[in-house]
Design a protein around this ligand. Structure first.
Ligand code: MG
Length: 380
């Protein structure tokens, strides 16, 4: 049997010239010998999957806090949906799929328990300490909080992963690496896949939870278009069959639109290298994203998001559970600040370097929703 070609040969064969080739990576902070089989980004992928922050996504809330049944998405299943969609986009544009998958798997590891409700609470509690943000927290996890190696803290990921994560932190320069540059196309497709996934699955989860009816959603042009496509493909459907068909057409429509628009933009702008991706700017001198939707789909997504905000994220039921959960998180934070010896040892060790409040927040942010409930009941 002929041995498989090395990853460098495979990447040169399959990737477009504007894709990020692992051979051109800026490397890792701590030097490591190359792996005989895995590419650098494949190793990064495995480091994310083996991290405890990633495992805990299984029991963290996406939108719907508290036990409301087992139908709706957790952070982990959201992450896997994003990864699948991002891989399709990456393959459609001949990008580096190892890098795309790594960025997608890592994109939400910084979320604390209770979703955005938990994030807002920690941000208020840490107002005098620089606040709390899930994107900044993901970077802390990658660089500091995960300890997998005896010689250093963090996961020692490739610089492209850290750069992509740093670019998500608003108001903060990208860890000294090309702060003004446009993101890699691999980063751009992951951001787009995140939006495709949550716009679609939050609508689906909201129907399941009885917060909205499919008929209300069908009044939105984007959803109506998906329903028309479903009808073309399957003929007349109703009930759950119709809902399922509309939901997968919604994903397919957005992904297809994005690939088509992005291919056209790559050709129009004459993009032929990573350097040309990075140097794209808007007329106002801001980094320009090449991966975008058509104006029609972009407008449709905006309508859908406004609808979800009004009817779902700010609904009485979601807000009520949210306030109760936030109160618990806040009380537990104050309890640990008053009892620092009870903070888990690895977090307690950092009190001298990052301060008590930040250490307590790091500890609480790592908790899953169910651990937080359990810990609250035993502590407070
Ligand atoms: Mg996400």
């Amino acid at each position: 049997m002929t041995p498989p070609a090395g990853w460098q040969a495979r990447e040169s064969l399959l990737l477009a010239p504007y894709a990020m080739h692992a051979a051109d990576s800026a490397g890792r902070v701590h030097l490591e010998p190359p792996h005989p089989i895995r590419s650098p980004y494949q190793r990064d992928h495995d480091r994310i999957v083996h991290s405890s922050a990633f495992r805990r996504l299984a029991h963290k809330t996406q939108v719907f806090t508290g036990y409301l049944g087992d139908y709706h998405r957790s952070r982990l299943t959201h992450t896997l949906e994003v990864t699948g969609i991002a891989r399709t986009l990456g393959r459609g544009l001949a990008l580096n799929e190892d890098l795309v998958e790594t960025l997608a798997l890592a994109h939400d590891i910084g979320h604390p328990p209770l979703g955005h409700a938990g994030e807002d609470t920690l941000d208020e509690l840490l107002a005098d300490e620089g606040g709390f943000n899930h994107n900044a927290q993901a970077l802390r996890i990658m660089e500091l909080l995960e300890t997998r190696y005896p010689d250093f803290s963090g996961l020692n990921l490739s610089r492209e992963i850290l750069e992509a994560q740093a670019a998500r932190v608003k108001g903060r320069p990208a860890a000294g690496i090309r702060p003004a540059a446009a993101p890699l196309l691999e980063t751009q497709v992951v951001d787009a896949a995140d939006s495709i996934a949550y716009d679609t699955h939050d609508a689906d989860d909201a129907i399941e939870l009885g917060l909205v009816a499919l008929e209300e959603l069908l009044e939105l042009p984007l959803v109506a278009e998906a329903a028309a496509r479903a009808a073309d493909r399957y003929g007349p459907l109703d009930g759950i069959d119709r809902r399922r068909a509309v939901i997968h057409e919604l994903v397919d429509m957005q992904a297809g639109d994005l690939i088509k628009q992005s291919q056209a933009a790559l050709a129009r702008l004459g993009i032929d290298s990573v350097a040309s991706v990075r140097s794209q700017q808007t007329a106002a001198g801001q980094p320009l994203r090449i991966v975008t939707h058509s104006p029609q789909v972009a407008a449709g997504k905006k309508d859908l998001e406004a609808f979800l905000f009004r009817k779902v994220y700010r609904s009485k039921r979601v807000m009520g559970v949210r306030l109760a959960a936030q109160a618990k998180l806040s009380r537990l934070f104050h309890w640990y600040c008053a009892h620092p010896d009870s903070v888990a040892p690895s977090y307690r060790e950092r009190v001298t370097t990052v301060g008590l409040q930040r250490s307590v927040a790091d500890y609480l942010a790592g908790m899953t929703d169910r651990y937080l409930e359990w810990d609250y009941d035993r502590r407070v």
